[in-house]
Ligand binder design. Structure first.
Ligand code: NAD
Length: 336
């Protein structure tokens, strides 16, 4: 296996980069990492990996990416946190081209297995009105009322995987990720998600002395957050399993956004005055992962406590923030 070619689409991104790093750690010798971003914007890039900067919406590029692949992991998508997906629905929908063209290339190239990263955003909005969400079960995606744009693209692409499996025998595996967080991901710029955004805001408040934090929504909306290491472990376990239908890959440790801010403040050793922007994009009221199915199939589920994962994430973002501010100060001093 370790001499077979592994292709990671979206390898310049947060989860794709972590997956490439993990395959290297596991001793895989032939890894191809593909992303639309220029190389200097990749979160993680390795010399002994075949790195390609290609737009995978394009069918010919998918053929290049998939050539000789034994397994393909599709983690490429034009996406971000609520602030991005609620305002860029077309871009989100256009990621359908990536998965469709990659599946076509996978079929033509005779790939052995194909992984698709779906999302909890496929779930019916009516099942997420209550902040005390008992956990979304896989069957709750239908009847469909997915997150407009991003969620519908994911749901359609899940079905495309199913049809390629049923009609052409490609072994597709689909995981519905619930919010993933950790080091080496987006923490600023508009695409970041709640854990990274809150860590950055707390770090910024400490650094600037402006002891205030703005929270999107009422703060009472609930979510669960999965640490990146659990996500990577889950991807391997699901890919190697016989699970053919989409399955939740998420933490079931539910927390309100206010609770998340409490934790980050504790880690930062600071208490901030909170303001609430109820007009900002906030997503559904309550979302949690029901892990009954993954436990039954794999006897495993994501388990790293949120507090531990946040401590690691906070430390990483603090390092990035400090490095950026130093650079800015040096530029300003040099008149650049
Ligand atoms: P990310 O934005 O860090 O990574 C996605 C990568 O895809 C980016 O590097 C981007 O440049 C690349 N990409 C976008 N368009 C492309 C194109 N046309 N051709 C090639 N590459 C392209 O996001 P992530 O958090 O690493 O997410 C990875 C996957 O997991 C995505 O499919 C995402 O929808 C899914 N997902 C993520 C989360 C989460 O919480 N992070 C939750 C649910 C689902």
């Amino acid at each position: 296996m370790k001499d077979q070619l592994i292709v990671v689409a979206g390898g310049g991104g947060f989860i794709g980069g972590a997956l490439v790093a993990d395959f290297r750690r596991r001793g895989y010798r032939r890894i191809r990492s593909v992303d639309i971003k220029p190389f200097d914007e990749w979160y993680q890039r390795f010399d002994n990996v075949e790195n390609l900067s290609l737009d995978l919406k394009n069918k010919d590029n998918c053929a290049i990416a998939a050539r000789d692949a034994h397994e393909i992991y599709n983690l490429a998508a034009d996406m971000g946190g609520m602030g991005f997906i609620e305002t860029h629905k077309t871009e989100c929908m256009l990621s359908v081209l990536i998965n469709t063209h990659l599946l076509m290339a996978a079929r033509e190239g005779g790939v052995n297995r194909y992984f698709y990263a779906s999302s909890a955003c496929v779930y019916n909005a009516d099942k997420q009105r209550d902040p005390d969400n008992p956990g979304l079960k896989e069957e709750d995606a239908y009847p469909a009322l997915a997150e407009d744009g991003y969620g519908w693209e994911k749901l359609f692409s899940e079905r495309m995987c199913r049809h390629f499996r049923e009609d052409y025998g490609i072994r597709t595996r689909v995981a519905r990720f619930h919010n993933v967080y950790g080091p080496h991901g987006t923490w600023d710029g508009g695409r970041e998600k709640a854990p990274a955004a809150i860590c950055r805001k707390v770090i910024e408040a400490k650094a600037t002395g402006r002891r205030r934090i703005e929270i999107w929504g009422t703060g009472r909306q609930t979510r669960s957050f999965m640490y990146i290491d659990d996500c990577i472990e889950g991807i391997h376990r699901i890919m190697d399993s016989s699970i053919e239908e989409p399955i939740n890959l998420g933490s079931s440790e539910m927390v309100s956004i206010n609770g998340l801010v409490d934790l980050v403040e504790e880690i930062g050793g600071i208490e901030l005055e909170r303001t609430y922007d109820v007009k900002a994009p906030k997503g559904v009221n309550g979302r949690n992962s029901d892990n009954t199915l993954i436990r039954r199939y794999l006897d495993w589920e994501p388990s790293l406590p949120l507090r531990t994962g946040l401590q690691r994430t906070y430390a990483w973002i603090e390092g990035e923030y400090t490095a950026r501010e130093r650079l800015r100060a040096a530029d300003a001093a040099a008149g650049r």
